[in-house]
Design a protein around this ligand. Structure first.
Ligand code: PGA
Length: 260
């Protein structure tokens, strides 16, 4: 796992966008795994700038998102499909028909999840997966106590995630946040050939510490990425503040990025 520590979240978002832009320039038909949440928004804006400046085109890119609230229609303004359309897809030149988000209204969630995994496999697997991290160390909606081999399935949110998400979305209304979601599993995520995880702010410092320097444990599902051989964490100084070896990671990643 490589840890890139930046002064600001803007700088970290730009560096992460550089990695995605470089990958899509090299492979215009890349398969991307995408994430929602407040964290990737700045990076998505950077990608939109790159498209506008004709540095890259997403016309042939296909994407699969990590998760969707169970029970929300794609048109619901708090659904992740809606979020993606607003925060990325309408800002870049990707074809909407090439973008995939789990159907939160699926009558048979198990069937929906199985078909989603099959579609990813048929596309050749995910070349690069974008991730945020929850303050409890989750990736996608894989809460503490989820098997590190889990596959895409219906999952249940912890009270802390419901609280985090109510603060940012749902106008702070706890009772409006769905308690279940359809989510890619930890095992599914770890199969991506490259991972770009973003983490900003002091409220992510414990989660980042657990992910990077804790043991691999289902109590912090992001820690499964320790066993991935091309996972990049782009964070600001606040999110990295509890890492014991942060100076070393910063130096090592700068050396590696410089030699790319
Ligand atoms: P956030 O959520 O980007 O809104 O902090 C991240 C996550 O829960 O994965």
């Amino acid at each position: 796992m490589e840890i890139v520590i930046c002064k600001t979240r803007e700088e970290a978002s730009r560096k992460a966008a550089d990695m995605i832009t470089a990958l899509v320039r090299k492979n215009p038909k890349a398969v991307l795994g995408l994430a929602t949440g407040s964290t990737p928004v700045l990076m998505y804006n950077e990608l939109a700038k790159d498209v506008k400046a004709k540095k890259v085109s997403f016309r042939q890119v296909r994407s699969w998102n990590l998760d969707e609230y169970y029970g929300l229609a794609p048109t619901h303004d708090q659904s992740y499909r809606y979020f993606m359309n607003e925060n990325l897809f309408r800002k870049i030149d990707i074809k909407l028909s090439n973008t995939h988000v789990l159907n939160g209204l699926a009558k048979d969630p198990a069937k929906e999840c199985k078909a989603y995994e099959a579609a990813i496999r048929r596309a050749g697997g995910i070349d690069l997966q974008v991730l945020g991290i929850g303050s409890d160390g989750h990736i996608a909606f894989n809460e503490p106590g989820t098997s590190l081999n889990s596959r895409t399935s219906i999952v249940y949110l912890t009270p802390s995630t419901i609280k985090d998400n109510a603060r940012l979305f749902f106008h702070g209304r706890l009772d409006e946040v769905p308690t279940a979601a359809l989510s890619m599993g930890v095992g599914t995520i770890c199969e991506a050939r490259k991972v770009v995880l973003l983490a900003f702010g002091a409220n992510k410092a414990d989660a980042v510490k657990g992910m990077v320097e804790g043991g691999i444990s289902q109590f912090c599902t992001a820690s499964a990425l320790q066993a991935h051989n091309d996972a990049w964490v782009f964070c600001d100084e606040a999110a990295a503040s509890k890492l014991k070896l942060r100076k070393y990671y910063a130096w090592r990643s700068a050396t590696k990025l410089g030699s790319r």
